[in-house]
Design a protein around this ligand. Structure first.
Ligand SMILES: [Cu+2]
Length: 351
């Protein structure tokens, strides 16, 4: 049944302070569209016919009103990563079943009027949204896992801005391209919109300077590679200071769980210096299980200033989370390892 939902949602409640704050109005129509990937035609659920969906651009303390109409054959809610006086990059995504595999978009929060970035203003700003693509309807991937009790099928390709890129079959025509002039400074707003996968991201021959994570400025540091968990964002500055040519931006899995199957494809997009025609070169990405690189990277993420952490405790909460296997009778609904079904549960008690 088609359910039409009109949702008026406002993000950000920071209007009071400044007369410069604006209210942005948007309309999102959720509906099925045709999408061809990995040589096959699919119908996916998307917003306003775009995949990834529209980028929302605001200044810190602005308000956003989005009218969402759902014309898809599924119920949908949309989650807006809420903002409290933050600047940088967040995003929005569907929060019903696995529809978030194709319903997502960037939320760019610039400094409020009259203030500036904590770094020189970049010439170019570009959202890089990492995702996962399944070569079948995502709703049925989830349905099958719930039925069988086994882990859901792994994705068939990692994507950058919805595209697997040059290394995957039938994909090079859609590869994401970013054109720069030599000397340009570029702010890449990297978002991990994958459902289940931690991802490395790197750009061939170019250093990345991390300036913000999850819409909070960080102490700046320079690295060859970043790693993002699902849901996280990282803003990095890059200077186009290399030999004019074509360079791959690439993303692939960081696999922290031993022996668990994962999507081992590499997604690529192209950083292309204007009028360069050379064959793009690939960055050297860490090994899938390179935890040392991840630890070294995340240890460098620090606040630019002193942070006052709340120390007064109002309530003590005791939270348990269980994840494991239930024994079951062999059969189609018992497809987990060694006659089991995957199961999970959680409880929370105030103590
Ligand atoms: Cu969410």
């Amino acid at each position: 049944m088609t359910v039409i939902w009109g949702l008026f949602l406002s993000l950000m409640f920071w209007v009071a302070f400044t007369t410069f704050a604006e209210t942005h109005h948007h309309e999102f129509k959720v509906h099925e569209i045709a999408a061809r990937r990995l040589c096959r035609n699919h119908r996916i659920v998307a917003v306003n016919g775009q995949f990834p969906g529209p980028t929302l651009e605001v200044r810190n303390r602005d308000s956003v009103v989005v009218k969402v109409t759902n014309a898809a054959p599924y119920n949908v809610t949309i989650h807006w990563f809420t903002i409290t006086d933050q600047e940088g990059t967040l995003w929005w995504q569907a929060h019903s079943r696995w529809l978030r595999a194709t319903i997502y978009g960037a939320l760019v929060i610039r400094p409020k009027l009259g203030s500036s970035y904590s770094f020189p203003k970049p010439k170019i700003e570009f959202p890089v949204i990492l995702g996962e693509w399944w070569d079948r309807k995502v709703i049925s991937v989830q349905r099958q896992a719930l039925f069988s009790g086994a882990a859901p099928n792994i994705s068939d390709a990692i994507t950058i801005n919805g595209q697997p890129g040059d290394l995957l079959r039938c994909s090079s025509q859609g590869t994401t391209k970013l054109t720069v002039n030599k000397g340009d400074t570029v702010l890449l707003r990297v978002i991990n919109a994958a459902l289940n996968q931690q991802l490395f991201f790197s750009v061939a021959n170019h250093k990345l300077t991390v300036v913000a994570t999850d819409a909070i400025y960080t102490k700046q540091f320079t690295t060859n590679v970043i790693m993002l968990g699902p849901g996280q964002t990282t803003d990095v500055l890059l200077t186009a200071d290399q030999q004019p040519g074509c360079y791959y931006m690439a993303a692939r899995a960081y696999e922290s769980a031993k022996n668990a199957p994962f999507d081992n494809t590499t997604a690529t997009a192209v950083l292309e210096y204007k009028s360069a025609t050379s064959q793009p070169i690939l960055p050297q990405l860490p090994a899938y299980n390179d935890t040392n690189t991840v630890t070294a990277f995340s240890n460098q993420i620090k606040s630019p200033g002193k942070v006052i952490v709340p120390t007064k405790i109002d309530d003590n909460l005791f939270i348990t989370v269980g994840l494991g296997f239930f024994n079951c009778t062999p059969g189609p609904r018992c497809q987990g390892p060694n006659n089991t079904r995957f199961g999970s549960g959680g409880t929370r008690r105030k103590i």
